[in-house]
Design a protein around this ligand. Structure first.
Ligand code: SAH
Length: 364
């Protein structure tokens, strides 16, 4: 067993079984052994590739979306551009380069990065060297407290899928939480808590789910969305959340592990494999709606990028490209937008202040 595995075994022996959420939080964020805390997981040599690492066009479309919103907000003097979970800093670099084309915008924005990983903070600093130094925060609450009274432009790509999720399973006597336990050989096993949990934890649409159904609840993500919505409603702004997930309250165990671009066992090497779950976009949308912000989507990433002009941008890049670059650009366009790739599994949800109209990218 690796170092984090041994730590979790000690923890369970001392405290008893832990929730799937605690397991995910430790596996990804443990200060010493957590997956994101110790390495750069992105790209061909890493474990997985995200949209901004596929092509600059992804960040360009997002920069354009936020830039136009800023204009529609009346070009406020001071605006906080906040990225949550910035990875290698590639997306922010592409966003900032695009924002330069909008007069006045670069002078108005202050860049904030919400990142828990010291290893990734170093990579982000290096990537964004050509720009005014960003300000880092460990938590979104700190970034929003800092922006109090001022508008925000928020980006979160593949952040919500990394947040800890509690899992519950329906039995003949209610919903029982799934817990990480140890068997007699001190191996990890997932078992149900002996007593049922209060039914209110489960979205009411799922109360009648079949026996055996599993439901994931991401309280951390729900709270983050509520905080963002409250800030936008009070102080103006817009947020773009992009992730893979479903737009209905689904059932099923969506917790998955990925290593070297392939699926891996969830329990075998905690801290060495990436863990994610499908994002429940409907739940996030319900929270946003309750806050009196305006919400858009969720819409498939492919349609969203196309309505922002990614096809035209592809043509412009192709016209200037070498033969080899042409193949890469076409492949990137396909990967980002096609329904068989990231086009519809990945979804985009936007929140804006009520006063913002003419929000692009969500026309039917
Ligand atoms: N947006 C980037 C990276 C996505 S991976 C891209 O598209 O390439 C998830 C990112 O979120 C990583 O930077 C990871 O370190 C960060 N992260 C995950 N959980 C976090 C948490 N609870 N608090 C702050 N950052 C977190």
């Amino acid at each position: 067993m690796n170092a984090l595995g041994s730590y979790l075994i000690k923890l369970i022996k001392a405290q008893g079984p832990i929730t799937i959420a605690t397991f995910m939080a430790e596996a990804l964020g443990n200060a010493k052994y957590g997956y994101y805390m110790k390495k750069d997981p992105f790209g061909q040599k890493g474990d997985f590739t995200t949209a901004p690492e596929i092509s600059q066009m992804f960040g360009e479309m997002i920069g354009l979306w936020h830039g136009i919103n800023w204009l529609n907000m009346g070009s406020p003097d001071k605006t906080h551009l906040i990225e949550i979970g910035p990875g290698r800093g590639t997306l922010m670099q592409d966003v900032l380069r695009t924002m330069k084309v909008i007069p006045g915008l670069m002078d108005a924005i202050e860049v904030h990065l919400v990142e828990m990983s010291p290893a990734l903070k170093t990579i982000q600093a290096e990537k964004l060297k050509g720009y005014k130094a960003p300000i880092w925060h460990n938590r979104i609450s700190d970034a929003l407290a800092n922006a109090r009274g001022e508008p925000v432009l928020i980006i979160a790509n593949e952040f919500f899928d990394a947040l800890p999720v509690r899992q519950f399973q329906k039995t003949d006597n209610g919903w029982h939480e799934r817990l990480l336990c140890l068997n007699k050989k001190d191996e990890f096993v997932i078992q149900l808590a002996p007593a049922p949990s209060p039914e209110q934890i489960i979205p009411s649409a799922l109360h009648r789910a079949d026996e055996g159904s599993i439901v994931g609840i991401c309280t951390v993500g729900e709270n983050i969305l509520a905080e963002i919505a409250e800030h936008i409603q009070q102080f103006c702004g817009a947020a773009l959340i992009i992730d893979y997930g479903h737009d209905t309250h689904g059932t099923g165990d969506t917790l998955q592990a990925v290593q070297n671009h392939d699926y891996a066992d969830i329990l075998s090497n905690p801290g060495d494999v990436d863990l994610t779950t499908h994002v429940d976009f409907l739940r996030l949308k319900e929270i946003a709606l309750a806050s009196e912000t305006r919400t858009y989507g969720p819409k498939g990433q492919g349609e969203f990028l196309k309505s922002l002009g990614i096809e035209e941008r592809t043509k412009v890049l192709l016209a200037k490209a070498s033969e080899k670059q042409r193949t890469d650009i076409q492949a990137a366009f396909h990967r980002l937008t096609d329904d068989s790739e990231m086009g519809s599994l990945f979804k985009v949800l936007a929140l804006t202040d009520k006063s913002l109209t003419d929000v692009i990218g969500f026309e039917e």
